[in-house]
Ligand binder design. Structure first.
Ligand code: F6R
Length: 369
């Protein structure tokens, strides 16, 4: 039930902190991560895995892209992310050392289910990340990590996304532990970062309220661009998808570094651009590069809405609006930066008088190919 909320989507965004917290529950003890869910695959088989292929569609695939950054960094296992419907039609190279990780909120998405069946038939190990107990995809897989976001009713995926990212990060830490690619201290630090996320999302939910006004003056907007780099890139893609499906506005997400390779030609006076800005604190941060991207598009008349770390003074002179997010380790920033974008999609759709929970032409689970 919606409770006092105006829509299921509003309720589900408010549950994003809880979705992360419940997905972490019982999986981090004494600063270390253990996923007994992987037992059916077995330590020996897992130790031989030399490649991971993540398969998913839509928002779940963007969660998968974030998983790639974390899993590769922590476990040093090469990860590819592929849309389920592309994967099985291209004769992918799979064997018993390939771990296929499927991600699906519903557990019923036909494209992903068929890709899972294809992978098991090709003798890959299949682990599924799923939000729906006993759904078809987990039943067809060797092992399953359930996300505990609770039932998601609104067609647009929100709380399931942050839960999927959480599960992938736990998987990354588990693999790093079993391979010894991170020290116990490093695992504890990253586990603590994850555990701090729910309270930080609570903060983001409060500061994101300013988005409502933004949405109100944007109801006639024809096009919105989203830029991000590194882990900010999948966040940009997710922001754009939400705007397309909910507000029926043409939106595109770009890797910020790609701007000069074409998309910058789209920038004309008044173009609205959301920019996901990495933390300035990280020594390897792409912060200066993203700030210079902001300057470039601003000089061409774009209106910039920056999602940036609290206290980041460098973006202030160049942004029309800044949404401040709490400090977090670089890999964890997406779990915070995505929240205002979820709210923005919802608020813009509501401001246009559209049905936020049931966008046209879409179904909650896509059970046809
Ligand atoms: C976007 C959205 C879809 C789903 C996709 C996969 O907001 O909801 O892109 O993420 O259809 O669905 P599941 O996760 O059920 O396989």
């Amino acid at each position: 039930e919606k409770g006092g909320w105006s829509s299921f989507m509003a309720k589900e965004i408010s549950e994003e902190p809880e979705a992360v917290a419940k997905t972490l529950l019982g999986r981090i003890t004494d600063g270390t991560v253990h996923l007994s869910e992987l037992d059916p695959i077995g330590d020996e088989v897992l130790a031989n895995v030399d490649r991971i292929i993540v398969i998913a569609c839509g928002t779940a695939a963007y969660a998968g892209m974030l998983g790639k950054y974390a899993i590769e960094k922590w476990s040093r296992i090469p990860v590819e992310v592929e849309l389920s419907h592309e994967f099985r039609y291209r004769d992918p190279i799979l064997n018993e050392r390939t771990l296929v990780v499927s991600i699906s909120q519903s557990g019923e998405t036909m494209d992903t289910l068929m890709a899972v069946k294809y992978a098991t038939a090709a003798s890959a190990q299949v682990l599924s990340i799923c939000n729906t107990q006993g759904a078809t995809i987990p039943r067809e897989s060797h092992a399953v990590i359930y996300t505990h976001a609770g039932p998601e009713v609104a067609v647009a995926s929100t709380k399931a996304f942050v839960a999927q990212v959480t599960a992938l990060y736990l998987l990354g830490l588990h693999l790093a532990k079993s391979r010894g690619t991170l020290t116990a201290e490093e695992i504890a630090e990253n586990a603590a970062e994850l555990q701090a996320i729910p309270a930080k999302i609570d903060e983001v939910l409060v500061v994101s309220q300013s988005i409502k006004q933004l949405a109100h003056w944007m109801t006639d907007t024809q096009s919105v661009l989203f830029l991000g780099r590194n882990v900010g890139y999948p966040v940009a893609l997710e922001g754009a998808l939400k705007l397309k499906e909910l507000a029926y506005i043409h939106a595109e997400g770009f890797a910020a570094g790609e701007l000069k390779h074409g998309p910058i030609a789209l920038i004309e006076p008044g173009q609205i651009v959301f920019v996901v800005v990495p933390s300035p604190r990280d020594p390897n941060s792409l912060h200066p590069k993203v700030v210079s991207n902001i300057q470039e598009i601003r000089a061409r008349g774009a209106r910039v809405i920056a999602i940036a770390e609290k206290g980041d003074a460098a973006v202030l002179p160049f942004a029309d609006e800044v949404i401040p997010i709490p400090l977090a380790g670089s890999l964890f920033e997406p779990l915070l930066a995505v929240v205002p974008l979820h709210i923005f999609g919802m608020e813009l759709a509501a401001a246009k008088g559209l049905d936020v929970d049931q966008p046209r032409n879409l179904a909650k689970s896509v059970t046809v190919e």
